[in-house]
Design a protein around this ligand. Sequence first.
Ligand SMILES: [Zn+2]
Length: 261
Amino acid sequence: MPEMPEVEAVCRRLRAEAEGATIRRARILRPSMAKGDIEEACRKARLTRVERRGKNILLHLSSGPVLHVHLRMTGNLYVTVDHRMLVTSARAVFELTDGRGIVFEDPRALGRIALLERDSLPEVGLDPLSPEFTAEVLALLVRGSKRPAKLFLMDQDKVSGLGNIYAAEALFRAGIDPRRAVGSLRRPRIARLYQAIVEVMRAAVETSDRLYSSPGRLIEAERQELMVYDREGEPCRVCRRPILRLAQGGRSTYFCGKCQG
Ligand SMILES: [Zn+2]
């Protein structure tokens, strides 16, 4: 399942290759995955901006509305040199005036594409890759919160895009017990957490970006070397004690009982 860093990598590529391009026409190949009159809105529309909000991809059209794409489990969105060259799992194609195409591919057909008005775009929490995310802002967000640190990080209303993997990795790097009430962290520890989140997410985007160097099927990203996630019973890479697992909010949390005290 694409995590936020993979979606960011998809957006970066689209920005570099197709921002400013003009769509000649859109073809929806699997209508059950699409909502709204996409064909009409895309006719001779320019793709003015590629925006990411959490895992939502927003393609702003010069005609006014916005195409909202969600990749869900197996979706991918990429530019192909010839819009006629399509794989069988292509669900929509946006033919560009220069002959290229933007392909929405999804083998399992669980993704969604919808036409939205500008005032009804999805709202998400603060993006850890945005310049607005700072140690000071994180300190304000955690103030007074009794939420366990892991659940706080996974709460998309506060900080968006940190899934199960990256929340666990950031807490390990910051040396924070995932069960600790996040509002009880002292300022230097919050600063370390901020730094850890940014480092983990940047590294993940870079890894994802390398893996998307050629357009094609979205593959499960080869993750950066993980310190704790999915390593129950294996030795901690720092102290050699076995990594522990516990359930939090219905998900598994992996951590080191010694390094995260
Ligand atoms: Zn350890």
